[in-house]
Design a binder for this molecule. Structure first.
Ligand SMILES: O=C(O)CCC(=O)C(=O)O
Ligand SMILES: [Fe+2]
Length: 373
Protein backbone atom coordinates (compact mmCIF):
# COMPACT_ATOMS: atom_id res chain seq x y z
CA UNK A 1 0.00 0.00 0.00
CA UNK A 2 2.66 2.50 1.04
CA UNK A 3 4.49 1.55 -2.17
CA UNK A 4 1.92 3.47 -4.21
CA UNK A 5 1.71 6.39 -1.81
CA UNK A 6 4.41 8.99 -2.17
CA UNK A 7 6.00 10.27 1.01
CA UNK A 8 6.50 13.63 -0.64
CA UNK A 9 3.17 15.40 -0.31
CA UNK A 10 4.48 18.66 -1.74
CA UNK A 11 4.55 17.40 -5.34
CA UNK A 12 2.59 19.59 -7.73
CA UNK A 13 1.61 22.18 -5.12
CA UNK A 14 4.38 24.76 -5.18
CA UNK A 15 3.45 27.78 -7.28
CA UNK A 16 0.06 26.28 -8.23
CA UNK A 17 -1.84 25.90 -4.95
CA UNK A 18 0.64 27.35 -2.44
CA UNK A 19 3.46 29.91 -2.72
CA UNK A 20 6.59 28.66 -4.53
CA UNK A 21 8.77 29.30 -1.50
CA UNK A 22 6.46 27.67 1.09
CA UNK A 23 8.40 26.23 4.02
CA UNK A 24 8.27 22.46 4.52
CA UNK A 25 8.26 19.98 7.35
CA UNK A 26 9.09 16.30 7.66
CA UNK A 27 6.67 14.17 9.67
CA UNK A 28 7.67 11.35 11.94
CA UNK A 29 6.05 8.80 9.61
CA UNK A 30 8.32 9.88 6.74
CA UNK A 31 6.02 12.29 4.90
CA UNK A 32 7.20 15.69 3.78
CA UNK A 33 4.54 18.39 3.57
CA UNK A 34 4.33 22.09 2.96
CA UNK A 35 3.80 24.44 5.88
CA UNK A 36 1.20 27.15 5.39
CA UNK A 37 2.30 30.51 4.01
CA UNK A 38 0.10 33.60 3.65
CA UNK A 39 2.00 36.86 3.37
CA UNK A 40 1.16 40.34 4.57
CA UNK A 41 2.17 43.53 2.71
CA UNK A 42 5.71 43.32 4.18
CA UNK A 43 6.35 39.76 3.00
CA UNK A 44 5.93 38.37 6.51
CA UNK A 45 4.37 34.90 6.62
CA UNK A 46 1.40 35.34 8.95
CA UNK A 47 1.53 31.64 9.84
CA UNK A 48 4.97 31.97 11.44
CA UNK A 49 3.49 33.07 14.76
CA UNK A 50 0.94 30.35 15.60
CA UNK A 51 0.20 27.78 12.88
CA UNK A 52 3.76 26.77 11.98
CA UNK A 53 5.01 26.15 15.54
CA UNK A 54 1.92 23.98 16.20
CA UNK A 55 2.35 21.99 12.97
CA UNK A 56 6.07 21.48 13.68
CA UNK A 57 5.15 20.17 17.12
CA UNK A 58 2.50 17.82 15.66
CA UNK A 59 4.91 16.58 12.98
CA UNK A 60 7.38 15.22 15.53
CA UNK A 61 4.72 13.43 17.63
CA UNK A 62 4.66 9.61 17.51
CA UNK A 63 2.78 7.84 14.75
CA UNK A 64 -0.27 5.82 15.85
CA UNK A 65 0.64 2.22 15.07
CA UNK A 66 -1.55 -0.89 15.26
CA UNK A 67 -0.11 -1.70 18.72
CA UNK A 68 -1.04 1.75 20.12
CA UNK A 69 -2.35 1.72 23.67
CA UNK A 70 -4.61 4.67 22.92
CA UNK A 71 -6.06 4.01 19.45
CA UNK A 72 -7.56 0.75 18.21
CA UNK A 73 -6.70 -0.10 14.60
CA UNK A 74 -8.84 -2.31 12.37
CA UNK A 75 -8.63 -3.00 8.69
CA UNK A 76 -11.37 -3.43 6.13
CA UNK A 77 -10.60 -7.14 6.15
CA UNK A 78 -12.10 -7.29 9.66
CA UNK A 79 -15.47 -6.24 8.20
CA UNK A 80 -18.22 -7.25 8.11
CA UNK A 81 -18.07 -9.59 11.06
CA UNK A 82 -20.64 -9.08 13.74
CA UNK A 83 -18.05 -9.07 16.47
CA UNK A 84 -16.33 -6.02 15.13
CA UNK A 85 -19.23 -3.82 16.23
CA UNK A 86 -18.88 -5.11 19.79
CA UNK A 87 -15.11 -4.56 19.73
CA UNK A 88 -15.55 -1.06 18.35
CA UNK A 89 -18.21 -0.25 20.96
CA UNK A 90 -15.96 -1.58 23.69
CA UNK A 91 -12.98 0.50 22.52
CA UNK A 92 -15.02 3.67 22.24
CA UNK A 93 -16.53 3.18 25.68
CA UNK A 94 -12.97 2.87 27.03
CA UNK A 95 -12.25 6.28 25.53
CA UNK A 96 -10.19 4.93 22.62
CA UNK A 97 -10.59 6.25 19.08
CA UNK A 98 -10.96 3.59 16.41
CA UNK A 99 -9.39 3.66 12.93
CA UNK A 100 -10.62 1.33 10.22
CA UNK A 101 -8.36 1.33 7.21
CA UNK A 102 -9.78 1.25 3.73
CA UNK A 103 -13.57 1.23 3.97
CA UNK A 104 -15.93 2.23 1.21
CA UNK A 105 -15.68 4.18 -2.02
CA UNK A 106 -12.64 6.20 -2.66
CA UNK A 107 -12.11 7.89 -5.94
CA UNK A 108 -8.34 7.81 -5.83
CA UNK A 109 -6.79 9.42 -8.85
CA UNK A 110 -9.67 11.76 -9.65
CA UNK A 111 -8.93 15.40 -9.14
CA UNK A 112 -10.85 17.23 -6.43
CA UNK A 113 -12.93 19.75 -8.39
CA UNK A 114 -16.37 21.34 -8.09
CA UNK A 115 -17.57 18.97 -10.85
CA UNK A 116 -16.26 15.98 -8.91
CA UNK A 117 -18.24 16.94 -5.79
CA UNK A 118 -21.33 17.60 -7.86
CA UNK A 119 -21.10 14.30 -9.72
CA UNK A 120 -20.37 11.94 -6.82
CA UNK A 121 -21.85 13.71 -3.79
CA UNK A 122 -24.60 15.91 -5.29
CA UNK A 123 -22.97 19.02 -3.83
CA UNK A 124 -23.77 21.85 -6.22
CA UNK A 125 -21.05 24.38 -7.15
CA UNK A 126 -23.69 27.02 -6.34
CA UNK A 127 -24.03 25.96 -2.69
CA UNK A 128 -23.62 28.86 -0.28
CA UNK A 129 -21.03 28.03 2.37
CA UNK A 130 -19.07 29.60 5.24
CA UNK A 131 -15.43 29.74 4.24
CA UNK A 132 -12.71 29.66 6.95
CA UNK A 133 -9.72 31.67 5.83
CA UNK A 134 -6.21 31.32 7.28
CA UNK A 135 -5.17 34.89 6.49
CA UNK A 136 -8.33 36.30 8.08
CA UNK A 137 -7.77 34.05 11.14
CA UNK A 138 -4.14 35.15 11.50
CA UNK A 139 -5.15 38.80 11.44
CA UNK A 140 -8.16 38.47 13.77
CA UNK A 141 -8.98 35.10 15.27
CA UNK A 142 -12.54 36.18 16.04
CA UNK A 143 -13.34 36.73 12.35
CA UNK A 144 -12.38 33.56 10.57
CA UNK A 145 -15.34 32.92 8.29
CA UNK A 146 -16.75 34.70 5.29
CA UNK A 147 -19.76 33.83 3.14
CA UNK A 148 -19.04 32.41 -0.30
CA UNK A 149 -20.12 30.04 -3.04
CA UNK A 150 -18.53 26.66 -3.39
CA UNK A 151 -17.37 27.36 -6.94
CA UNK A 152 -15.41 30.38 -5.70
CA UNK A 153 -13.82 28.27 -3.00
CA UNK A 154 -12.60 25.97 -5.78
CA UNK A 155 -11.26 28.91 -7.76
CA UNK A 156 -9.20 30.03 -4.80
CA UNK A 157 -7.91 26.46 -4.38
CA UNK A 158 -5.70 27.32 -7.36
CA UNK A 159 -4.69 30.65 -5.85
CA UNK A 160 -1.32 30.19 -4.08
CA UNK A 161 -2.17 33.18 -1.89
CA UNK A 162 -5.25 31.66 -0.21
CA UNK A 163 -5.60 28.84 2.32
CA UNK A 164 -9.20 28.09 3.15
CA UNK A 165 -11.59 25.36 4.26
CA UNK A 166 -15.31 24.74 4.65
CA UNK A 167 -16.13 22.87 7.85
CA UNK A 168 -19.88 22.48 7.66
CA UNK A 169 -21.30 21.28 4.39
CA UNK A 170 -24.55 19.55 5.35
CA UNK A 171 -24.70 16.13 3.72
CA UNK A 172 -27.76 14.48 5.22
CA UNK A 173 -27.30 11.40 3.02
CA UNK A 174 -23.81 10.67 4.40
CA UNK A 175 -23.91 7.91 6.96
CA UNK A 176 -21.62 5.56 8.78
CA UNK A 177 -20.49 2.73 6.50
CA UNK A 178 -23.13 -0.03 6.38
CA UNK A 179 -21.24 -2.39 8.65
CA UNK A 180 -21.01 0.32 11.34
CA UNK A 181 -24.33 2.05 11.16
CA UNK A 182 -25.81 0.32 14.23
CA UNK A 183 -23.26 2.21 16.35
CA UNK A 184 -25.55 5.25 16.15
CA UNK A 185 -27.52 4.42 19.29
CA UNK A 186 -29.38 7.74 19.36
CA UNK A 187 -31.06 6.89 16.09
CA UNK A 188 -31.10 3.11 16.19
CA UNK A 189 -32.35 2.74 19.76
CA UNK A 190 -33.35 6.20 20.98
CA UNK A 191 -35.58 7.22 18.09
CA UNK A 192 -36.55 3.84 16.65
CA UNK A 193 -37.54 2.33 20.00
CA UNK A 194 -39.64 5.12 21.38
CA UNK A 195 -42.04 6.25 18.69
CA UNK A 196 -44.44 3.45 19.69
CA UNK A 197 -44.97 4.85 23.20
CA UNK A 198 -44.01 8.44 22.49
CA UNK A 199 -45.08 9.24 18.95
CA UNK A 200 -43.33 12.17 17.32
CA UNK A 201 -46.14 14.68 17.26
CA UNK A 202 -44.58 18.06 16.73
CA UNK A 203 -41.62 20.32 17.30
CA UNK A 204 -38.82 17.84 16.86
CA UNK A 205 -35.78 19.77 15.79
CA UNK A 206 -35.05 18.86 12.18
CA UNK A 207 -31.34 18.63 12.99
CA UNK A 208 -32.05 15.34 14.70
CA UNK A 209 -31.98 14.00 11.18
CA UNK A 210 -30.18 16.55 9.03
CA UNK A 211 -26.88 16.90 10.96
CA UNK A 212 -26.38 13.18 10.82
CA UNK A 213 -23.98 13.74 7.96
CA UNK A 214 -21.67 16.48 6.79
CA UNK A 215 -18.68 17.05 4.58
CA UNK A 216 -15.52 19.12 5.00
CA UNK A 217 -13.40 20.54 2.25
CA UNK A 218 -9.87 21.92 2.51
CA UNK A 219 -7.18 23.69 0.55
CA UNK A 220 -3.62 22.46 1.08
CA UNK A 221 -2.08 23.80 4.29
CA UNK A 222 -5.03 24.25 6.66
CA UNK A 223 -4.51 23.61 10.37
CA UNK A 224 -7.50 23.04 12.63
CA UNK A 225 -6.35 23.91 16.15
CA UNK A 226 -6.72 21.46 19.07
CA UNK A 227 -10.33 21.19 20.26
CA UNK A 228 -13.00 18.66 21.12
CA UNK A 229 -16.24 18.43 19.18
CA UNK A 230 -19.40 20.03 20.50
CA UNK A 231 -22.37 18.65 22.42
CA UNK A 232 -20.88 15.44 23.74
CA UNK A 233 -21.26 13.55 20.50
CA UNK A 234 -19.02 10.92 19.02
CA UNK A 235 -17.58 11.87 15.63
CA UNK A 236 -16.89 9.68 12.66
CA UNK A 237 -14.98 10.87 9.61
CA UNK A 238 -14.09 9.17 6.36
CA UNK A 239 -11.39 10.44 4.04
CA UNK A 240 -12.73 10.63 0.51
CA UNK A 241 -9.97 12.52 -1.33
CA UNK A 242 -6.58 13.72 -0.07
CA UNK A 243 -4.67 13.16 3.16
CA UNK A 244 -5.01 14.34 6.76
CA UNK A 245 -2.79 14.13 9.80
CA UNK A 246 -5.36 13.63 12.55
CA UNK A 247 -3.63 14.20 15.86
CA UNK A 248 -5.19 12.94 19.09
CA UNK A 249 -4.31 14.08 22.62
CA UNK A 250 -4.71 12.42 26.03
CA UNK A 251 -3.75 13.43 29.54
CA UNK A 252 -0.73 11.45 30.74
CA UNK A 253 -2.53 10.88 34.03
CA UNK A 254 -5.58 11.98 36.05
CA UNK A 255 -7.90 10.80 33.25
CA UNK A 256 -11.00 11.12 35.43
CA UNK A 257 -10.10 14.43 37.02
CA UNK A 258 -12.37 16.90 35.30
CA UNK A 259 -10.47 19.93 36.56
CA UNK A 260 -7.37 18.51 34.88
CA UNK A 261 -9.29 17.78 31.67
CA UNK A 262 -10.60 21.30 31.75
CA UNK A 263 -7.10 22.69 32.21
CA UNK A 264 -5.89 20.66 29.22
CA UNK A 265 -8.75 21.96 27.04
CA UNK A 266 -7.96 25.53 28.05
CA UNK A 267 -4.17 25.24 27.64
CA UNK A 268 -4.54 23.58 24.25
CA UNK A 269 -6.65 26.56 23.23
CA UNK A 270 -3.50 28.66 23.54
CA UNK A 271 -0.82 26.26 22.38
CA UNK A 272 1.91 28.78 21.71
CA UNK A 273 2.11 29.90 25.31
CA UNK A 274 1.62 26.44 26.77
CA UNK A 275 3.81 24.19 24.63
CA UNK A 276 6.07 23.07 27.48
CA UNK A 277 3.14 22.35 29.77
CA UNK A 278 1.42 20.36 27.01
CA UNK A 279 4.59 18.30 26.34
CA UNK A 280 4.78 17.51 30.05
CA UNK A 281 1.11 16.59 30.54
CA UNK A 282 -0.19 15.12 27.25
CA UNK A 283 0.44 12.00 25.25
CA UNK A 284 -0.13 12.53 21.56
CA UNK A 285 -0.42 10.28 18.48
CA UNK A 286 -0.68 11.13 14.78
CA UNK A 287 -3.11 9.14 12.65
CA UNK A 288 -2.49 9.57 8.94
CA UNK A 289 -5.78 9.22 7.08
CA UNK A 290 -5.96 8.24 3.41
CA UNK A 291 -9.01 7.82 1.17
CA UNK A 292 -11.21 5.02 2.42
CA UNK A 293 -9.96 5.26 6.02
CA UNK A 294 -12.58 5.82 8.70
CA UNK A 295 -11.89 7.31 12.12
CA UNK A 296 -14.35 7.22 15.02
CA UNK A 297 -13.63 9.37 18.06
CA UNK A 298 -15.27 9.04 21.47
CA UNK A 299 -16.90 12.13 23.01
CA UNK A 300 -14.51 14.76 24.44
CA UNK A 301 -11.56 13.49 22.39
CA UNK A 302 -9.18 16.40 21.91
CA UNK A 303 -7.78 16.53 18.37
CA UNK A 304 -5.98 18.81 15.94
CA UNK A 305 -5.98 18.22 12.19
CA UNK A 306 -3.46 19.26 9.55
CA UNK A 307 -4.47 18.91 5.90
CA UNK A 308 -1.33 19.10 3.71
CA UNK A 309 -3.03 18.65 0.29
CA UNK A 310 -6.46 19.64 -1.04
CA UNK A 311 -8.85 17.21 0.63
CA UNK A 312 -12.46 16.21 1.01
CA UNK A 313 -13.90 14.15 3.86
CA UNK A 314 -17.37 13.11 4.98
CA UNK A 315 -18.45 12.51 8.53
CA UNK A 316 -21.13 12.78 11.15
CA UNK A 317 -21.98 12.93 14.83
CA UNK A 318 -23.82 10.34 16.87
CA UNK A 319 -24.44 9.11 20.41
CA UNK A 320 -23.70 5.76 22.00
CA UNK A 321 -24.97 4.22 25.27
CA UNK A 322 -21.49 2.92 26.10
CA UNK A 323 -20.02 6.43 25.94
CA UNK A 324 -22.51 8.44 27.98
CA UNK A 325 -19.93 8.98 30.76
CA UNK A 326 -17.72 10.69 28.14
CA UNK A 327 -20.68 12.58 26.69
CA UNK A 328 -21.32 13.98 30.15
CA UNK A 329 -17.68 15.08 30.57
CA UNK A 330 -17.64 16.62 27.12
CA UNK A 331 -20.77 18.63 27.83
CA UNK A 332 -19.34 19.66 31.20
CA UNK A 333 -16.27 21.02 29.40
CA UNK A 334 -18.48 22.82 26.89
CA UNK A 335 -20.30 24.58 29.70
CA UNK A 336 -17.26 25.32 31.84
CA UNK A 337 -14.85 26.40 29.08
CA UNK A 338 -17.16 26.80 26.18
CA UNK A 339 -15.00 28.30 23.47
CA UNK A 340 -13.01 25.19 22.59
CA UNK A 341 -15.67 23.85 20.26
CA UNK A 342 -15.88 23.35 16.56
CA UNK A 343 -18.18 22.04 13.86
CA UNK A 344 -21.86 22.75 14.21
CA UNK A 345 -23.75 23.31 17.40
CA UNK A 346 -26.04 20.31 17.59
CA UNK A 347 -29.42 21.67 18.55
CA UNK A 348 -30.91 18.20 18.57
CA UNK A 349 -28.77 16.76 21.36
CA UNK A 350 -31.24 16.97 24.25
CA UNK A 351 -34.11 15.51 22.25
CA UNK A 352 -31.97 12.54 21.32
CA UNK A 353 -30.80 12.05 24.94
CA UNK A 354 -34.44 12.09 26.06
CA UNK A 355 -35.30 9.41 23.51
CA UNK A 356 -32.28 7.34 24.58
CA UNK A 357 -33.42 7.60 28.19
CA UNK A 358 -37.04 6.68 27.46
CA UNK A 359 -35.82 3.74 25.39
CA UNK A 360 -33.78 2.14 28.18
CA UNK A 361 -36.46 -0.21 29.57
CA UNK A 362 -36.94 -1.79 26.14
CA UNK A 363 -33.26 -1.93 25.28
CA UNK A 364 -31.81 -5.20 24.08
CA UNK A 365 -29.72 -6.94 26.75
CA UNK A 366 -26.88 -6.90 24.18
CA UNK A 367 -26.44 -3.15 24.60
CA UNK A 368 -23.95 -2.25 27.32
CA UNK A 369 -24.30 1.03 29.13
CA UNK A 370 -21.46 3.26 30.26
CA UNK A 371 -19.58 1.62 33.10
CA UNK A 372 -20.38 -1.86 31.76
CA UNK A 373 -23.90 -2.04 33.29
O1 LIG B 1 -10.34 18.39 9.09
C1 LIG B 1 -10.26 19.36 9.83
O2 LIG B 1 -9.55 20.34 9.60
C2 LIG B 1 -11.06 19.39 11.12
C3 LIG B 1 -12.01 18.28 11.27
C4 LIG B 1 -12.55 18.14 12.66
O3 LIG B 1 -12.04 18.65 13.61
C5 LIG B 1 -13.73 17.30 12.87
O4 LIG B 1 -14.32 16.80 11.90
O5 LIG B 1 -14.10 17.12 14.04
FE1 LIG C 1 -13.25 18.34 15.37
Amino acid sequence: MSDERPNDLTIGLLGTEVPKNSPMVRWNDGHTTILPAVYDGHDINLCDAVDIPIIKYLAQCPVSLPDSKYVVHFSMKDLPTHDILDSISESLSQNKPVVIRGIGNHYVGEELTAEFLDKYYAISPNRAVWVHDVKARAMDHTRVTQAGLLKDFFKSMKDPGAIQCVLDIPLAQASLPDALKNLDHGLVHGWNHTTYDVPISSKVHPENFTVKGWAILHHAGFLTYPHHDAEGSLTWARMEVGVKFWVVFWPKDRHDDRKHLQEIAIRLGNFTENEDWIRAHCDVEVITLYPGDVLIMPPAQVHAVYTPVASFATGGHFYHYGCMHLTEISRYLDVSSGDCLTNQMLHNALETFRRMMIGIPRLSPRIRMSGGL
